[in-house]
Design a protein around this ligand. Structure first.
Ligand code: ADP
Ligand code: MG
Length: 605
């Protein structure tokens, strides 16, 4: 047996550094968090290459006295925690007194700092944990820490760093997460002198999201807010039409701290259930505020994991907040004119405004005036929007005349209100063209109908009505599918499908849901098998997936003509805001405003 040694402090710090300083990005996170704790209003983050050779974080915070600057690099040196009681209610980003010790153990550091109100500052040079120089110096109030040659004395760790590109991406993400968490602080981030981003620090979450996530992402986000049970959540979530291929735009904060949380991620994604395509993910920036006792941040040195004392309450709050936001969102997607159309319109403009020659003018003036085609149709039919608006006056007048008759009027007015959407017709066999409140509405008839059926089936929440087929449809599934059909017979039957073994390896479909055309029976069964094969996280989500198939098969199809009454029913559901996305998250409608059309035709400029 070898003799037990107590490790020298530097070795202990180097081991601990592994947990705090995983890569250059962790240094950025720790230094920026220290600046937050120092009440900085402006922070600058600079780095070179992948950050391993050079990182500098400068702030205009409270600064340090020469005494504090001398001990800040010692392990467990912190100004943020005094005793064990403080651990239960941590209000600062740091408290473990580890970061500067850990960073300085594996790099070369220059610290320049001046305490607020002090006559002069101090410059400290630290190398592998040892202070090698400390001199008074003139400098602005605040702190600037330069970290060079990270892992220069731990070659094994240096080897684990990825390419400069990936390390730089991680550095940028770390700075970005910090900045997004504190819209009240302005943060500028530069790599090799080139600005990567700048957050204005005006205290508005919208401004932070706009400058950090980009215009397009920020503009597609919907505000989200809820509170209760001593906690609150606020921020933005993406509209279902803006699902992304990954989760990189999901940002969660807890009391100002950027956190990774499977719980919050699940709450968010569950709220989008049946509005997003499988494999697409919502984006969000959600700030959670909890009382300090309701969350433990002391789970890991990096503090990106937290433990909530009541997980269910947190889950419910976030889930309900996001659901409420998605339910409120009623505005259909707005179609912008395509770039090429805009170019055509722009090029055409000079002609419209060209002044006419005298001859042209005379010819033009002599032409019989082009009366607009009589709008007999419009006049013959009441303008629903007008009536809806005038409804209260109408009802009052009628009530004075005859109370009984007035009730009838109320009913009629309600009907008119509902049908404030006028179906003009169907285009390309696929889209319903309608008019609603001075806007032109285009509706994907299949997608909208699919959603209506899906919602109805889901709300039924019991066995779905089925129809027995006059002659059963025989299918020949492969061995795997055959097993799935047998195993899930009960589930399929609750959805209205009766599928039984028939002969040696065939199956007979004897009944299908009421809404499905018997001609679709075989293809529906095939799709159901495919969904059963992929499965889902729980029985509920498998059932939802299967309901998607039923709804899709039962919905009216693009390419086929449908009668006006059917189209009107769909248009009304969309106009009322009840139907927004198909069960896979595709939008069901788009609109063109009168203003946009007028602009295009140069009726207005
Ligand atoms: P912690 O943040 O957990 O307290 P650190 O090792 O990160 O531990 O920092 C040690 C101490 O150094 C802090 O408690 C603080 O007093 C001081 N300090 C570090 N960075 C700054 C800064 N940018 N401005 C003012 N003081 C700082
Ligand atoms: Mg710290």
């Amino acid at each position: 047996m070898t003799k037990i040694n107590i490790l020298p402090p530097l070795v202990a710090d180097m081991i601990a550094a592994g947990e705090v300083v995983e890569r250059p990005a962790s240094v950025i996170k720790e230094l920026v968090e220290n600046a937050f704790d120092a009440d900085a209003k402006k922070i600058s983050v600079e780095f070179s290459d992948g950050g391993a050779t050079y990182i500098r974080v400068t702030d205009d915070g409270c600064g340090m006295s020469p005494e504090d600057a001398g001990i800040a690099f010692t392990r467990h040196a912190t100004s943020k925690l005094r005793d064990e009681k403080g651990l239960e209610a941590i209000g600062t980003m740091g408290f473990r007194g580890e970061a500067l010790a850990a960073i300085s153990a594996v790099s070369r550091i220059e610290l320049v700092t001046r305490e607020k109100g002090a006559a002069e500052g101090v410059a400290v040079t630290v190398q592998a944990g040892d202070i090698i120089d400390m001199v008074p110096c003139g400098c602005p109030e605040g702190t600037s820490i330069t970290v060079r040659d990270i892992f220069f004395n731990t070659p094994a760790r240096l080897k684990f760093l990825k390419s400069d590109r990936s390390e730089a991406a991680a550095c940028t993400a770390a700075a970005m997460h910090c900045a997004l968490g504190r819209p009240d602080i302005s943060l500028r981030c530069r790599r090799d002198g080139e600005e990567l981003f700048f957050s204005p620090g005006d205290g508005r979450a919208e401004s932070a999201a706009y400058s950090l996530l980009g215009r397009e992402t920020a503009n597609s986000m919907l505000p989200c807010k809820a509170e209760g049970e001593g906690m609150a959540v606020e921020g933005f979530v993406s509209s279902p039409a803006m699902g992304r291929g990954n989760r990189s735009n999901q940002h969660f904060y807890c009391n100002g701290r950027y956190i990774k949380s499977a719980l919050l991620q699940t709450a968010l994604e569950q709220a989008y259930k049946n509005t997003l395509l499988t494999g697409r993910f919502p984006s969000c920036v959600l700030y959670l505020s909890l009382s300090r006792g309701a969350v433990d941040v002391n789970v890991h040195p990096a503090k990106t994991e937290v433990k909530f004392s009541d997980e269910k309450k947190v889950f419910d709050l976030v889930y309900q907040a996001v659901r409420a936001t998605l339910e409120q969102e009623s505005a259909p997607l707005e179609i912008g004119l395509s770039e090429s159309t805009k170019r055509i319109a722009a090029a055409a403009k000079p002609d419209f405004f060209r002044s006419m020659s005298a001859g042209e003018y005379r010819r033009e003036a002599a032409r019989p005036s082009q009366a607009r085609p009589s709008s007999g149709f419009d006049n013959a039919r009441p303008k629903p929007a007008y009536y809806a608006q005038k409804a209260p006056e109408f009802v009052e007048k009628e009530r004075e005349k005859s109370p009984a008759y007035a009730e009838k009027t109320v009913e009629n007015v309600e009907k008119v209100k509902e049908s404030a959407c006028r179906v003009i017709g169907e285009a390309l066999g696929t889209y319903i063209v309608a008019e609603l409140d001075g806007e032109m509405l285009l509706i994907d008839k299949h997608a909208a109908h699919e959603r209506m059926i899906f919602d109805r089936l889901k709300a039924q929440n019991r066995e779905i009505m089925s129809q027995t087929l006059l002659s059963p449809v025989i299918i020949k599934p492969d061995a795997g599918d055959a097993e799935l059909i047998e195993k899930n017979a009960q589930l399929l039957s609750s959805l209205g499908f009766e599928i039984e073994p028939f002969g040696a390896s065939d199956f007979a479909i004897r009944a299908v849901p009421d809404d499905i055309d018997p001609g679709e029976a075989a293809s529906a069964a095939e799709e159901l098998c495919e969904k059963l094969r992929c499965g889902g996280v729980d029985a509920g989500s498998v059932r939802d997936e299967l309901l998607h198939t039923v709804a899709c098969k039962a919905a009216i199809k693009a390419g086929r003509r449908h009668d006006t009454a059917e189209l009107e029913r769909i248009a009304e559901a969309v106009a009322s805001g009840r139907v927004k996305y198909c069960p896979h998250g595709r939008p069901v409608s788009a609109r063109l405003t009168k203003k946009e059309l007028d602009k295009f035709f140069s009726r207005i400029v």
